[in-house]
Design a protein around this ligand. Structure first.
Ligand SMILES: [Zn+2]
Length: 412
């Protein structure tokens, strides 16, 4: 029994360029039942007028727990200051407070068309598991609209912060989906990387590090992460976020590093809003962009995503949770304006982050959940160039949000 047919949809990616122009998508029991031109059926249908349909945006890196705290913190600019400001504010976080702020941010992401998300949650002896428990509640309460994956991590260090490891392990026992790290705040960065791999292997979970978050290219933790990934047979299960040092590499070293990442199976998440806001603060003119060139890494086989990171806090005092906006911001900062590059930017907020997160059931294909988001454009590259808004979305076949298209009111 077909429940709904989305008619006249245009798909980016695999079907594009195969002589297929627009197709209908039939939905039954929350899943995609058929994809074909002009499906004949009496089931209810909705014509989307040849607009682009994606399987929803995928945000691989966002901090719901510390979003929306600008009223409690200064946002003056350096990474060290942002960490210190949030560390101070965090002590007063209650579970309900984290839930309320996280909900506000999560609802913004849902109406921007995000259907899958990995959120990073801080765990240490000051915050305990309060944020983790709040985000666990959010995950359950909003599963009708978004699949939320929880990555617990030690923002203020691990080996230098007694009690943190025990809490991370307790969170993993209580259902954290994966573990992260932040070696640059640790007294022993490589020691932290080793411990995180040990915990990940114990629970058989993936890893997502905050890494190499400055623009000094004279050293990188990336090499150690690649080495450990290979040593533990963890290729395809490790991601690293920021990696702004990559923006400071000349072409030959960038190529060599890209090949190393691809060979080890380590994926990269670029966080343009935060990276542009925090990097290069030592410069008072000719400020470097400090954004890792993700579109160049793709050419060497590195899996890359563009993600939100922080929203309305000292790390990033901006944010509407729109991944179309993030793709556009990246393309602009990275000077990636050709149609192929723009289209790759859309891939980096849809299919590629799904690959980074090892999502097995993402994508517009028969049998997958009917997660479908209609964008107000017909072309993937132009959707990024024009910041095309999502008009509505379905999660497992059920409408989860709608936005109205703007209307002009000419006189007369
Ligand atoms: Zn982050």
């Amino acid at each position: 029994m077909t429940d709904l047919i989305l008619r006249n949809t245009r798909l980016g990616g695999s079907l594009a360029g195969n002589g297929v122009d627009t197709v209908d998508i039939a939905i039954a029991d929350g899943k995609i039942a058929e994809i074909a031109p002009a499906i004949s059926s009496n089931a209810p249908s909705e014509d989307v007028g040849g607009r682009l349909v994606v399987a929803g945006f995928v945000d691989t890196h966002i901090h719901l727990d510390k979003s929306c705290i600008l009223d409690r913190c200064r946002a003056d600019g350096t990474l060290q200051e942002a960490i210190a400001e949030v560390a101070a504010a965090k002590r007063a976080f209650t579970e309900d407070d984290v839930y309320a702020r996280g909900r506000r941010t999560l609802e913004k992401a849902i109406v921007q068309g995000t259907t899958r998300m990995r959120t990073h949650v801080e765990v240490d002896p000051r915050i305990g598991l309060r944020s983790f428990e709040a985000i666990r509640r959010l995950k359950k309460d909003y599963e009708w609209a978004i699949d939320l994956e929880i990555c617990v991590f030690p923002q203020e260090g691990l080996l230098n912060d007694p009690g943190t490891e025990e809490l991370l392990i307790r969170a993993c026992e209580r259902g954290a989906d994966l573990i992260g790290g932040c070696p640059y705040t640790d007294s022993k960065p490589h020691g932290q990387i080793a411990r995180i791999f040990e915990i990940a292997r114990r629970f058989d979970i993936d890893i997502d590090f905050h890494l190499d978050f400055d623009i000094d290219a004279s050293w990188m933790d990336l090499e150690e992460v690649c080495r450990q990934t290979k040593a533990h047979g963890y290729g395809g299960r490790v991601a690293i976020g920021h990696v702004t040092k990559l923006s400071a590499l000349p072409p030959a070293r960038l190529e060599e590093t890209a090949r190393r990442l691809a060979d080890a199976g380590v994926a990269v998440t670029v966080l343009p809003a935060t990276d542009l806001f925090l990097m290069g603060r030592a410069h008072d003119h000719n400020v470097p962009r400090g954004v890792a060139p993700a579109h160049k890494l793709l050419a060497h086989g590195v899996t890359c995503s563009l993600a939100t990171n922080n929203v309305l806090n000292p790390f990033t005092p901006f944010g509407d949770c729109s991944l179309v906006r993030m793709a556009n911001l990246y393309a602009n900062a990275a000077q990636a304006g050709q149609p192929k590059q723009l289209s790759a930017c859309l891939d980096m907020v849809t299919t590629l982050p799904a690959k980074l997160m090892n999502l097995k059931d993402y994508g517009i294909a028969v049998g997958n959940p009917a997660d479908l988001v209609v964008l107000d454009n017909r072309d993937p590259a132009m959707a990024v160039a024009e910041l095309s808004q999502p008009l509505f979305g379905l999660k497992r076949g059920r409408r989860s949000f709608s936005r109205s298209a703007p209307l002009l009111h000419p006189p007369g």
